[in-house]
Design a protein around this ligand. Structure first.
Ligand code: TXA
Ligand code: MG
Length: 312
């Protein structure tokens, strides 16, 4: 990394693709390897709260409280950036996104490295995020220098991105830390409309979590919906796979039907893996059972909706 190489690293959320955040040439290679549009800024990972001043001019009081409470953890704070942060990192925005990841391997990497490490999810742009080293390898083999393999990630969806340059702070991306938990700490935070989101976080507008198969999200326990889509697919000759957790949707678990544990934590942990596994089989349609939109469930539904969005 000191020589400008690209190193994929584990975090508690998903794997990231690391490079020295102050080396614009190395960061450019990250964009290239992922095929990432240049208007989509990167998160800078740091070892602790003490490193914030390397990248940010200010951190407001609410941001500080959240950092003290939830770092290391699945929370990314967007704050005003220092001029010394390369433009390519922030897509020339006035802000920078910072996060201390909760993973022993990566905290040690950050401590030994000393600086900040950019870390977009280590997938090809537009693909589901990688929750194991295999996923990184599948997407980026031959394009990066090294993968630090620490097994599957614990949370399975990316960090929550919160813009603390405004009051009340704005959620730019739901993720591993729920809105409810954030509000318990600092009171009201709000969502955005699409116009404001485009201004504050332009990258969120690109297609995300796309599989080759089309994805259909079912309501929880929607046995009828499941049967309807399977029948429809049969008449059109399309192949179908399912990802579910409710007993009522547990159709004979062959290789196209992935049954996950019914705990929300475990569903989140496994959802990207399941999407990738089914997609590898080359089926046409993946039916996914949705979850209640509370806590971590809101982040899971956000990912599923994006996966199900129509292709351009
Ligand atoms: O959990 C995670 O956040 C993972 C792990 C590796 O840390 N990283 C990750 O990075 O998901 P990425 O690049 O896939 O997503 C970063 C998100 C994008 O939605 C991006 O637009 C937003 O953060 N972002 C980054 N910098 C920003 C900024 N200055 N202002 C607004 N949004 C920003
Ligand atoms: Mg990503």
């Amino acid at each position: 990394m000191r020589q400008g190489g690209l190193v994929a690293f584990p975090t508690e959320t998903v794997y990231g693709l690391g490079a020295d955040a102050l080396n614009a040439g190395a960061v450019e290679k990250v964009f290239k390897a992922k095929g990432r549009p240049s208007d989509n800024p990167l998160i800078v990972h740091i070892a602790s709260l003490d490193n914030v001043i390397q990248f940010a001019t200010v951190m407001c009081e609410k941001g500080l409280r959240l950092a003290k409470r939830f770092w290391p953890g699945p929370l990314t704070l967007v704050t005003t950036r220092k001029a010394s942060v390369p433009d390519i990192v922030t897509a020339s925005l006035e802000t920078v996104a910072l996060r201390v990841p909760q993973h022993p391997v990566t905290l040690e990497l950050l401590n030994k490295f000393g600086g900040g490490i950019v870390g977009p999810s280590a997938n090809l742009s537009g693909h589901p995020s990688p929750t194991s080293a295999d996923h990184v390898y599948d997407d980026l083999q031959g394009k990066i220098d090294l993968i630090l393999d620490a097994g599957p990630t614990r949370i399975g969806v990316e960090s929550t991105v919160l813009d603390v340059t405004v009051d009340p702070p704005v959620i730019l991306r739901l993720g591993g830390l729920s809105q409810e938990e954030i509000q318990k700490e600092i009171g009201e935070v709000r969502g955005t409309d699409s116009k404001e989101l485009l201004k504050r976080s332009p990258g969120t507008y690109h297609r995300h979590y796309a599989t080759r198969a089309s994805v259909v999200v079912l309501a929880p326990k929607d046995r009828r919906g499941l049967e309807k889509f399977i029948d429809q697919a049969k008449t059109t000759g399309k192949t179908v796979g399912t990802i579910s957790y409710s007993k009522s949707l547990n159709i004979n678990a062959d290789e196209f039907h992935i049954v996950l544990p019914s705990s929300l934590d475990l569903y989140a942990r496994n959802i990207f893996r399941a999407l990738r596994e089914l997609d590898k089989k080359g089926i046409d349609i993946i039916l996914v059972e949705g979850v209640q939109e509370k806590g971590l469930g809101a982040a899971v539904m956000d990912r599923l909706r994006k996966a199900a969005a129509k292709k351009e």
